[in-house]
Design a protein around this ligand. Structure first.
Ligand SMILES: [Fe+2]
Ligand SMILES: [Fe+2]
Length: 291
């Protein structure tokens, strides 16, 4: 059966609903009880540090968006200004306080827009390039939000096993509830562009090429030290036991939308490559530090 077409109306309603359903989580709603801070820090301290930093980088993501989509429409504006940024910044603040409650140092978000994004932003003043940038922006959003959903699911299970109910019930679960709606927004937006044939074949070709050259896992910012940090997150969450399965979870949408010309591709190979690279960099770092 053909999928129901995704209309701009549907996307706008989704954004409206997210705003109504999920007000930003107040810091005051968190129960800061931690049963065994040492055990939590030993097992998940690094993951919490990583997530806190990435969530706090939402303010840079907004600057990137304004750079890449100079002609951003009302739905996108409402999403990032009224729903996404206000929710993500609270995720960041709450996790940053948790990491400090665990005796770890505060997050240092990387807030500078990269040179690459600035170049692409300058080119995006050409409407044909802006459409390419827009698709890449939606695919990046879908990929990073999907990784967030998976990470919060894993850490929630791990913290439940440690019996840290205050953290799971008043921090991770409320955050976790907000991420799938973000993913759905980007998924619907990217799907609508493909389904409506917004891009010419040459533009899709450029999009594939750029994606292949510039794919980054969530929060790695194309920098080796963050890639190594991400490798640590993958290992700490136990995801390295099945990297291909993880690549499939993250890359399914993108394989379907961007690589429909490659029959049967389950996930784009650059996703698995990025995962392996991160884990390798992490292991090299461990070796260097003599652990
Ligand atoms: Fe978030
Ligand atoms: Fe999110």
């Amino acid at each position: 059966m053909p999928r129901q077409p995704i209309t701009q109306q549907k996307i706008a309603e989704h954004v409206q609903r997210l705003g109504d359903l999920y007000p930003p989580i107040p810091l005051g709603s968190v129960d800061r009880t931690i049963k065994d801070p040492r055990a939590v820090a030993a097992k998940f301290g690094h993951v919490i540090d990583y997530l806190a930093r990435v969530e706090l980088e939402v303010d840079r993501n907004v600057l990137e968006l304004l750079c890449l989509l100079p002609d951003v429409d009302d739905t996108n504006k409402t999403f990032y200004a009224d729903v996404w940024q206000p929710q993500e910044i609270q995720h960041g603040l709450i996790l940053d306080r948790l990491q400090q409650d665990l005796g770890r140092t505060a997050a240092e978000p990387h807030l500078e827009v990269s040179f690459k994004i600035k170049i692409l932003g300058a080119l995006a003043n050409l409407p044909a390039i802006q459409d390419v940038a827009k698709l890449l922006y939606f695919l990046t959003g879908a990929s990073t939000e999907r990784q967030a959903v998976l990470a919060y699911n894993q850490i929630n299970t791990g913290l439940q096993e440690l019996g840290e109910t205050a953290i799971t019930e008043t921090i991770i679960t409320p955050i976790k509830q907000q991420e799938p709606g973000h993913f759905a927004f980007y998924q619907m937006s990217a799907t609508a562009m493909i389904q409506d044939n917004v891009l010419q074949p040459w533009q899709l070709y450029v999009a594939r090429l750029m994606r292949e050259k510039s794919y980054n896992l969530v929060g790695t910012n194309a920098m080796d030290r963050y890639k190594a940090d991400m490798g640590g997150v993958i290992v700490d969450l136990g995801l390295n036991a099945d990297l291909e399965g993880y690549a499939r979870e993250v890359g399914r949408l993108e394989a379907r939308l961007l690589w429909a010309n490659r029959n049967g591709m389950e996930f784009p190979p650059y996703i698995l490559k990025a995962l392996r690279e991160s884990v390798d960099l992490y292991e090299e770092r461990l070796k260097r530090e003599g652990a």
